[in-house]
Design a protein around this ligand. Structure first.
Ligand SMILES: [Zn+2]
Length: 129
């Protein structure tokens, strides 16, 4: 299923951890899919249009997967509102960050690091609560 010009739903549910642990990481509501589509349209597609192909490390997480990867209990990944973007280099990461800061739909923008691996966590909220 296509979410925007260059993004498919499968990119947001694919997870090595889920595969390894036998967790079926699929969206369980239309809301979650709509949230992912919004994130694509408002944030990830503009980033892609500017920089070329980008890779999503983690998008939607079902509760079981979120627990397995040590995600916080109220993680935006659970609602399909967040994505972790793979950074080929720190340099490129900085460019992504600078660009993402200019997008009004972005509400969480976090530079994350684990050992030598860096990624950007970004979220967008479709409905104001
Ligand atoms: Zn994240």
């Amino acid at each position: 299923m296509k979410l925007s010009n260059n993004f498919r739903l499968s990119e947001f549910t694919r997870s090595d951890t889920a595969k390894r642990l036998g967790i079926e990481n699929e969206c369980s509501s239309v809301e979650q899919v709509l949230n992912l589509a919004y994130l694509c349209h408002m944030v990830l597609q503009p980033l892609r249009d500017r920089f070329g192909p980008i890779r999503i490390n983690s998008g939607y997480r079902c509760p079981e997967l979120n627990k397995a990867v040590g995600g916080v209990a109220n993680s935006r990944h659970l609602r399909g509102e967040a994505a972790d973007i793979y950074l080929p280099t720190i340099e490129k990461g900085r460019e992504y960050l600078t660009f993402l800061k200019t997008l009004p739909a972005v509400d969480e923008l976090i530079w994350e690091q684990k050992g030598d691996t860096y990624w950007i966590h970004v979220s967008a909220k479709r409905i104001n609560e």
